[in-house]
Design a protein around this ligand. Structure first.
Ligand SMILES: *[C@@H]1O[C@H](CO)[C@@H](O)[C@H](O)[C@H]1NC(C)=O
Ligand SMILES: *[C@@H]1O[C@H](CO)[C@@H](O)[C@H](O)[C@H]1NC(C)=O
Ligand SMILES: *[C@@H]1O[C@H](CO)[C@@H](O)[C@H](O)[C@H]1NC(C)=O
Length: 410
């Protein structure tokens, strides 16, 4: 009898753990979990696609926000214009209604300032040419699901069009991103713009006074003078000697998400690491993290990055929406008279000392003896990983921070 009970218990435990792995902490509905997962796959593909572009230095992308822009395309699209979005989000089996509600659920969960103690201001805008009319139904559901604003704009009047787009972005990011574009190339397409500002709040703060001027080495270029913040603590850390890379994971407030830094031992272009960077490799690294005493030094800088995403998205499979002859966005305008000519993704992030108070009880104990050094004075890759939803809030790299030139590379 007790054996049967034991077997039952084991079964129950297995079922419980299976359930939690599918929906971590059960915060998301099933379809939102599928979309969280799909956006994570997209994160790595998008990063890889952009990293190979020679003109791109710093990268800062929010995969969940990109997923929502794709959702907007699906909302306005018919036929394969819409179904390509599902494929891109690895969500072919999810119904359209659930795609939209699921993406909204995901974004609302990860950007909730109350439960997350984070400043993450996200604005989305769809611009269409003045020749079209927005359908009321589309305006309504894109506002509900994606908090999207809409405007028609006379793209032929380029100067005014560029000005109003840049003004909107500047306003949406509290002036942090004054310009996302210098030109509108196409006058007959629709433009989607994401503008956001993210300020992490550490689970434990950096000392506000332990900030000083240091040099940051940019490969093949000059050294940049910037502020660095320092603190020693117990962090999840892995020294991957085979790949000559340090992995450091630092929790953000409420420990629901954390910043994962992937930094080569020494100054080098990031290409070598980017070749091995994948979701699977990240999981391997995550599995090797151990609580370790680490003396962390990080740039205390703000990054402002804007990316043009329609080419990378097209290369990853969104071929119909961006093609004037094939696109069917008639749920937006009521006619087959629209295509997607640009997707701009503009993000600012501010790395700062702010966080919750430090637990000082481990100070002066053996736990912090002989800390490992994590001195981020050269390019690194980072992810803001959300544990609760298993999604990637941001993926990026810091290659060239803002700052004065210090001296030339020898
Ligand atoms: C985060 O929490 C701290 C301390 O409770 C508070 O001072 C700060 O305003 C919060 N920030 C956000 C964005 O909620
Ligand atoms: C749009 O701008 C162009 C160029 O300034 C102008 O010629 C045209 O009349 C404008 N169209 C509308 C509908 O205002
Ligand atoms: C964004 O892109 C525009 C146009 O390419 C460029 O002029 C501007 O400097 C960029 N802004 C930032 C903050 O990178």
């Amino acid at each position: 009898m007790w054996l049967t009970n034991l077997a039952l218990l084991v079964l129950l435990a297995a079922a419980a753990s299976a359930a939690t792995s599918a929906t971590p902490g059960k915060v998301l509905s099933n379809h939102a979990s599928i979309l969280a997962d799909g956006s994570t796959n997209l994160a790595f593909r998008l990063y890889q696609n952009m990293a190979k572009e020679k003109s791109v230095e710093n990268i800062l992308i929010s995969p969940v926000v990109v997923a929502c822009s794709l959702g907007l395309v699906a909302l306005g699209g018919k036929g394969s214009t819409a179904s390509q979005v599902k494929t891109l989000l690895s969500a072919s089996k999810v119904k359209y209604e659930q795609l939209h509600s699921g993406l909204a659920e995901l974004l609302n969960e990860v950007s909730d300032p109350k439960t997350r103690n984070v400043t993450w201001k996200i604005s989305n805008h769809l611009y269409g040419p003045s020749s079209i009319t927005f359908m009321n139904g589309f305006i309504k559901s894109s506002k509900t699901h994606y908090h999207c604003d809409h405007s028609r704009i006379n793209f032929s009047d380029k100067k005014n069009a560029v000005n109003s787009i840049n003004e909107w972005v500047a306003k949406s990011t509290e002036g942090k991103l004054p310009e996302v574009t210098k030109d509108v190339e196409k006058t007959d397409g629709a433009i989607i713009i994401n503008a956001m500002f993210f300020k992490p709040h550490w689970d434990e703060e950096f000392h506000h006074k332990m900030v000083d001027n240091r040099g940051f080495f940019v490969p093949g270029s000059h050294t940049v003078s910037l502020q660095m913040m320092h603190r020693t603590g117990l962090f999840e850390f892995c020294d991957d000697a085979a790949n000559k890379v340090y992995i450091l994971s630092m929790p953000l407030a409420h420990k629901k998400s954390s910043v994962v830094f992937i930094m080569p031992y020494h100054l080098e272009p990031l290409e070598r690491l980017e070749k091995i960077l994948s979701r699977k490799q990240l999981d391997t690294w995550m599995g090797k993290l151990k609580p370790t005493a680490v003396a962390v030094s990080l740039p205390k800088v703000s990054m402002e990055v804007n990316h043009s995403l329609q080419k990378p998205l097209q290369e990853l499979g969104l071929t119909e929406a961006v093609d004037k002859s094939k696109a069917d966005l008639s749920y937006i305008s009521g006619k087959k008279d629209l295509y997607l000519s640009s997707v701009f993704h503009a993000a600012a992030i501010e790395w700062d000392t702010n966080g919750n108070e430090i637990d000082t009880s481990i100070f002066g104990t053996d736990k912090l003896k002989t800390p490992k050094l994590f001195y981020a004075d050269h390019p690194f890759i980072f992810l803001i990983k959300d544990q609760r939803t298993n999604s990637v809030l941001f993926i990026g790299r810091l290659v060239r921070p803002k700052g004065e030139k210090m001296r030339d590379e020898l």
